[in-house]
Design a protein. Structure first.
Length: 519
């Protein structure tokens, strides 16, 4: 059999529910016409991304994480300069000024709903890089805008392309790592969308103070061009259906004409009646179906929406706190984003070491059978630290306590977001595996809508209530949404997944038979 094709069921790294049943692997389409099903050659097939070398896997993750980092940098880098832009363009509304920053995040809610499914049709790498080129063009255009309408429109278009890594990145991780190996990869990948919005305002504040706000966009475009260069030359495809489709195409070319005429060659993921229109329609609808029908997506989507929205409130209001209340210059005020970044980094380091160990420990206690619920312990400290940080930062600012106390609260918020984000993303990836991109797109949609909307109502809320009472309300909601979630899913998560059409079905560990048990 040429080029590693197999007529029998091979060992697969994806859920059986996503594959053609074994009985279809060698069948007759019509009289005298056979079907050849292309699959991986067992557990050790070197072309299977799960079997790639350490260097291949981490080169891919490093590049994807770079894409995931540079886009969120652009989402928030303009925040410290928004006042300068408002003055130049004659903007008097605080809502419109906040929209200059948050409109980018609105595009984050829309883009993944299409880009995530497209990556499950055309492959991860191709969709990611085309989307990033779109982002690069419109981000550069932002640096040459002449009015408010142009800037907001171009920011939105840039955000559509920049949203690709947030949904497709989870798919790369699912493709490359088995469940018990994903912790470090998820930690590195998650740092991008969390650390990017921290570094962006720090750099943006100094650029706006020392140069012009237009260089906020030009400098990020240059950085994104470097990332795109490495992506074009070094980022390989990882999506199993796409790779097997390429293998099937090679096999067809190697067949003689007579054999090619009588035999159909298709992958283990394809069916005889598979048509691109049906595939496209089904795949593009999948994120909306997941959002509407999957309780897991709804629970985590709403919780992450609140957490992410609150995160963006801080990103957009920190300049106000430290410039207005503490009378710091724009560049110095931007340095107060550092505690947020320090909290993110320390929590990410801790989680990278703990996530897989906790999973492996609980898996061993369960007889060697892993469960997505084994990712939930990380949510417990995160759901408690988050409201604590909100209260400390809000009341310290309200009472004009020393700025270091405000920064302490901000650091706790940063740490809690990593605990929550890693736990949620790991759980979703483990639950939906092959459909991880669509599942992450559904979660990202809700959180990005909140990231757009929350900063718009934050200025009026803080004007009316002050930072102390305003953050107390946010902390109360965080407790109600976040604290019960991990405990409820720990108890009922398996039952919810069992009723799902898209979640990975897990079998209980098999006890050894008496005949095979040594005396």
């Amino acid at each position: 059999m040429s080029d590693n094709a197999s007529l029998k069921q091979g060992e697969s790294t994806v859920p059986n529910s996503d594959r053609v049943p074994p009985s279809d692997h060698q069948s007759t389409k019509a009289e005298g016409e056979d079907v050849l099903i292309v699959d991986w050659d067992g557990h050790n097939d070197p072309e299977n991304p799960l079997n790639w070398t350490f260097k291949q896997k981490w080169s891919a993750i490093a590049i994807v994480s770079s894409f995931t980092f540079i886009s969120p940098v652009c989402s928030s880098m303009v925040a410290p300069a928004s006042g300068v832009i408002a003055k130049q363009f004659g903007i008097t509304s605080s809502v419109v000024t906040a929209m200059i920053t948050s409109i980018f995040v609105l595009a984050y809610a829309i883009g993944p709903l299409f880009l995530g499914p497209l990556s499950e049709i055309y492959g991860r790498s191709r969709v990611l890089q085309i989307a990033n080129l779109w982002f690069l063009v419109w981000n550069l255009a932002c640096g040459f805008t002449q009015n408010t309408g142009q800037l907001i429109s171009f920011r939105f278009l840039a955000g559509l392309g920049g949203s690709a890594p947030l949904s497709i990145g989870g798919g790369f991780i699912s493709d490359l790592f088995r469940a018990e190996e994903r912790g470090v990869a998820v930690a590195l990948y998650t740092l991008g969308p969390l650390l990017g919005p921290i570094i962006g305002p720090i750099a943006g504040g100094w650029i706006a103070e020392r140069s012009t706000w237009r260089w906020v966009f030009r400098s990020t475009t240059i950085a994104d061009g470097v990332v795109q260069f490495f992506g074009l030359f070094f980022l390989q495809e990882t999506y199993a259906p796409t790779l097997l489709k390429r293998r099937a195409k090679r096999i067809r070319k190697e067949m003689d004409e007579e054999k090619a005429n009588r035999m159909e060659v298709r992958t283990v993921y394809e069916t005889a009646d598979r048509h691109w229109k049906a595939i496209f329609a089904k795949t593009m609808v999948r994120p909306f179906r997941l959002m509407a029908l999957e309780p897991i997506i709804q629970v985590f989507g709403l919780y992450m929406a609140f957490v992410y929205g609150t995160f963006y409130i801080f990103l957009t209001t920190l300049p106000t706190i430290f410039q207005r209340l503490y009378h710091e210059r724009i560049g110095i005020a931007g340095l107060n984003y550092l505690p947020l970044g320090i909290g993110l980094m320390l929590a990410a380091q801790l989680n990278a070491r703990v996530l897989d160990r906790v999973y492996a420990y609980l898996k061993a206690k369960n007889g060697g059978a892993g469960r997505p619920e084994y990712r939930l312990p990380l949510l417990v400290p995160g759901s408690l630290i988050f409201p604590s940080g909100l209260l400390i930062a809000g009341w310290a600012a309200q009472k004009h306590v020393h700025w270091i106390v405000v920064d302490l609260g901000i650091g706790l918020i940063g740490a809690s977001i990593v605990f929550i984000g890693l736990g949620v993303q790991s759980y979703v990836i483990d639950t939906f595996t092959l459909r991880a991109a669509s599942a992450m797109a559904a979660v990202s949609c809700l959180r990005s809508l909140a990231g757009f909307g929350f900063p718009l109502f934050a200025p009026p809320m803080y004007e009316a209530l002050g930072f102390g009472k305003g953050n107390t309300i946010l902390a109360g909601v965080a407790v109600l949404l976040g604290v019960p979630a991990p405990f409820l899913l720990w108890r009922y998560g398996e039952r919810i997944r069992g009723a799902s059409k898209h979640a990975r079905k897990l079998k209980p560990p098999q006890a050894p038979s008496p005949a095979s048990t040594p005396p």
